[in-house]
Ligand binder design. Structure first.
Ligand code: ZN
Length: 255
């Protein structure tokens, strides 16, 4: 099966918060850091991007510390965002989907249930949910509905040899993780199924939850699929930038 390398690209951060944000209702008194990332899968064929990061407009509006356009970070490893053909969106929270317009030729792969929640369900317009998504990104995705640039997936689905999207709810209604065949076995980009590695190692979720039972089942599923727990990657852990070989500023090779 086709093998891929996995790169983590930091596009903003570090941000600090109470540890209770990263370890659900624990570590209130600790101050913990987190970064914002997109990921890149490179194999023999095309380059696939996982998540779109934040658009320059929203970064300005939210005054994001340490922000660099995801397109700019990709250019450091010779990937041109405006030529990318496939982007997997793990979920529609703003820090993972706001940058969709940076990829004008891409097909976006999203779980249908996730898309329908954010675009069609009135609950998604209530304040706590509204603040978690980006209106411009949702409008951009809505404009692609019915075209071949929007692929709505129903559950687990292999989209290319060695790359499978896995339905992984809990943090969001229908987040998807990405299982990737690598030289070390199956690695999983879990995105915000866990914010940091400790969530998986200590079997303890982070703090943004729509379904805690679903979240625990997702942990079981992802740990069973990854060839080792060290190949199960979280969404925001600064360790992804610190403990892996650096290829360019803000870019590390995870596998
Ligand atoms: Zn996130």
């Amino acid at each position: 099966m086709l093998e891929h390398e996995i790169y983590a690209l930091k596009y903003a951060g570090p941000f600090t918060s109470s540890g209770a944000f990263l370890m659900w209702l624990k570590d209130w008194e600790k101050v913990e850091r987190r970064n914002y990332y997109i990921w890149c899968l490179k194999g023999a064929g095309e380059t696939i991007i996982v998540d779109a990061g934040v658009s320059p407009d929203l970064a300005k509006e939210r005054n994001l510390a340490g922000y660099m356009s995801p397109a700019e970070v990709l250019s450091r490893i010779d990937v041109k965002a405006d030529e990318v053909r496939r982007v997997i969106l793990t979920h529609i929270h703003w820090d993972h989907s706001s940058g969709v317009s940076l990829f004008p030729k891409a097909t976006f792969y999203i779980q249908e249930q996730e898309y329908h929640f954010w675009l069609k369900d009135p609950i998604a317009t209530r304040p706590p949910f509204m603040s978690m998504s980006d209106e411009a990104a949702k409008a951009y995705l809505a404009s692609l509905e019915g075209t071949d640039r929007l692929a709505l997936l129903k559950g687990d689905q292999e989209i290319l040899p060695g790359i499978e999207c896995l339905l992984a709810p809990g943090h969001s209604v229908a987040l998807q993780a990405v299982a990737v065949n690598t030289a070390k076995g199956t690695a999983i980009l879990g995105s915000d199924c866990a914010h940091i590695f400790r969530n998986y190692h200590e079997d303890w979720p982070s703090a943004i939850i729509v379904d805690l039972v679903g979240w625990m089942k997702t942990y079981e599923k992802l740990r069973a699929r990854a060839s080792s727990i060290d190949l199960l990657f979280p969404g925001h852990d600064p360790i992804m930038s610190e403990n892996y070989p650096e290829l360019a500023e803000g870019v590390t090779r995870l596998v």
